[in-house]
Unconditional design. Structure first.
Length: 135
């Protein structure tokens, strides 16, 4: 059917909301999380055909963080990826890049505890919580 272009999370960044599918220059298609029968690392099996990707789909899965801060307000970096449990669809970790230099060198960290500020869209990491080095 095509390639998964983007995985969208719920606004609180706790669960998989859906996936955006694209095939060449064809319009994007929407796969709601509930339509995924069998997720995998390389492909997914669907319960029903993908739907048109509309502005409503984008609004429903509105998580797009502006950045990552600790609870004291210190800017830490930005989200570059997420880890999603293959069976439950729960987000188990967010990948955080602290600087552009670290991204180029492959250095990223995992946050396993976070909250999302509903007004700014920023991810808040609790003070004193250590980010894990990504293996």
């Amino acid at each position: 059917l095509g390639n998964i272009e983007q995985v969208l999370l719920t606004p609180d960044a706790d669960r998989l909301q859906g996936m955006v599918l694209r095939r060449g220059v064809m319009p994007a298609r929407w796969i709601p999380a509930g339509d995924v029968a069998l997720p995998g690392e390389i492909c997914v099996v669907l319960r029903s055909p993908p739907r048109r990707y509309t502005a409503k789909c984008k609004r429903q899965a509105a998580f797009s963080p502006a950045g990552v801060r600790d609870s004291a307000g210190l800017m830490l970096g930005w989200i570059t990826d997420s880890r999603i449990h293959i069976v439950t669809g729960q987000v188990t970790a967010l990948e955080v890049a602290l600087s552009l230099g670290e991204v180029m060198l492959g250095g990223r960290y995992l946050a396993r505890r976070w909250a999302v500020d509903p007004l700014s869209g920023q991810v808040i990491i609790p003070c004193g919580y250590a980010l894990e080095n990504q293996p």
